[in-house]
Design a protein around this ligand. Structure first.
Ligand SMILES: [Zn+2]
Length: 440
């Protein structure tokens, strides 16, 4: 097929592909045409290109995938810190969130999306209300968005629950915005069985299957949240949901902290992916997810920040470091979650978990979502083999190392500066709006 768009070449001292085999090119080149990767490989022997050749130095790798977030909660970041979970929700979070307008959510999302892009997080999977505002905000920042509109009873009663209107609204939103070749895809997000009830979650799961969309829900985050349901049914919450066909489609389960071996078998047989959020789980005192056991069993495990009020950043590099730290100290075993696997969880496995086939690795055919890492920091030295480079990324990598970010070939961060939106304006807006939401 003729391709009239020129091919640009991005050369770096290292290209980490996250292709499933931990392939690294030293040095390497990523050739990009019309936002799509057309070739990745060593520099030596590469055919000439007809576009611009950029010599970036440093390291290129895929953009990180934040598989579970409620990013507009930038507006409530830090509120109620240190309260017990139920008081944190009822006294600090829900009163503020109940006062949010779509315009508040737009600004909260702009600020959080800019924070993620600057950290090298090119995609986030969002569970939130006011989904139109999130889509508009990310179209402004240039990020990639998996928008899963939430169904939730606790804040606005049936208005955002799973009554017919909300189901119809989510289906219509999917029809309007789901675009697998663009930057926005759409799923369905029942908040949880303990909030909505099992029947309503099953209705939303059926909707997600009927439109072939990802189902995104919280399961087994805390030990006690589903105690009433588990007593009523005499089964674990994972078993209850499986009995109601909730996992029959493409499912992304956030947290999965309190799951046992039988539950993990269900995740495997239903090909349910898990968004592991270790910083949130530790901050809120929720528990330690059995990630090593899930990975051993063959579960797709991605990484998520959760909302910025329970983290309190959107910097997925923290999860990249904390996930193996927590798993290793929990297992008393330094062999679990090796560095190459953790990087795959933050990229390729994350893309799989949120239902994206076109991002997550630097290979031909993928969208050009990639980030540049400055290797000049002392903590990246020495490198005597590629395994050490991957280890440095996991243990010493951070958002501060990220200098440039491309989404679909568009450079949205250049020399650490977000190019698409006015971050200082967004900070001022979020500050003012947060004061109003706090009732201050
Ligand atoms: Zn969450």
């Amino acid at each position: 097929m003729p391709n009239s768009a020129p091919i640009d070449r991005h050369v770096a001292d290292a290209v980490v592909t996250c292709d499933g085999d931990s392939k690294v090119h030293l040095p390497g080149a990523v050739d990009v045409s019309a936002g799509r990767i057309v070739r990745v490989g060593p520099v030596g022997g590469a055919p000439d290109v007809d576009g611009t050749v950029y010599d970036h130095g440093g390291l290129l790798m895929p953009g990180l995938i934040n598989a579970h977030a409620h990013t507009p909660m930038t507006l409530v970041r830090g509120a109620g810190d240190g309260l017990p979970l139920q008081r944190w929700l009822t006294e600090a979070m829900w009163p503020r969130e109940g006062r949010m307008t779509p315009e508040d959510v737009w600004w909260g999302m702009v600020l959080g999306s800019a924070e993620m892009l600057a950290a090298g997080v090119t995609t986030s999977c969002e569970m939130y209300l006011f989904e139109d505002a999130l889509v508009d905000a990310v179209r402004a920042t240039g990020g990639r968005l998996v928008m899963t509109p939430a169904a939730l009873s606790v804040l606005h009663g049936d208005a955002f629950g799973s009554d017919g209107d909300r189901l119809d609204a989510i289906a219509a939103f999917h029809a309007e915005h789901h675009d697998p070749l663009g930057r926005v895809t759409v799923g369905v997000a029942p908040h949880s069985a303990y909030d909505l009830g099992v029947g309503r979650v099953a209705d939303l799961a059926e909707l997600s299957r009927s439109i072939d969309a990802v189902l995104h829900l919280h399961v087994a985050e805390t030990r006690g949240e589903s105690a009433a349901l588990e007593a009523e049914y005499g089964r674990s919450i994972v078993q209850i949901l499986a009995d109601h066909d909730v996992f029959a489609g493409r499912t992304l389960m956030a947290h999965g902290v309190w799951v046992d071996a039988e539950d993990i078998d269900i995740l495997v047989s239903t090909e349910t992916a898990v968004a592991h959020c270790p910083v949130s789980n530790m901050k809120l005192g929720s528990g330690v997810a059995p990630v090593a056991a899930m990975l051993d069993a063959g579960v797709t495990v991605a990484l998520g920040t959760d909302g910025p009020a329970s983290n309190d950043t959107l910097d997925l590099w923290e999860e990249v470091k904390v996930a193996p730290l927590l798993a290793r100290v929990n297992a008393l075993d330094p062999t679990v979650l090796p560095a190459g696997l953790v990087l795959e969880m933050a990229t390729r496995e994350g893309a799989n978990a949120v239902g994206l086939q076109n991002v997550g690795s630097l290979v031909a055919g993928m969208a050009a979502d990639m980030i540049r890492i400055d290797l000049g920091h002392p903590s990246f030295t020495p490198v005597t083999c590629t395994d050490e480079l991957l280890a440095h990324l996991v243990w010493a990598g951070s958002s501060r190392s990220v200098t440039d970010v491309w989404v679909q070939g568009e450079r949205v961060v250049e020399a650490r500066v977000v190019q698409t939106v006015d971050v200082e304006r967004a900070r001022a807006e979020v500050q003012n709006r947060a004061e109003r939401l706090a009732g201050a």
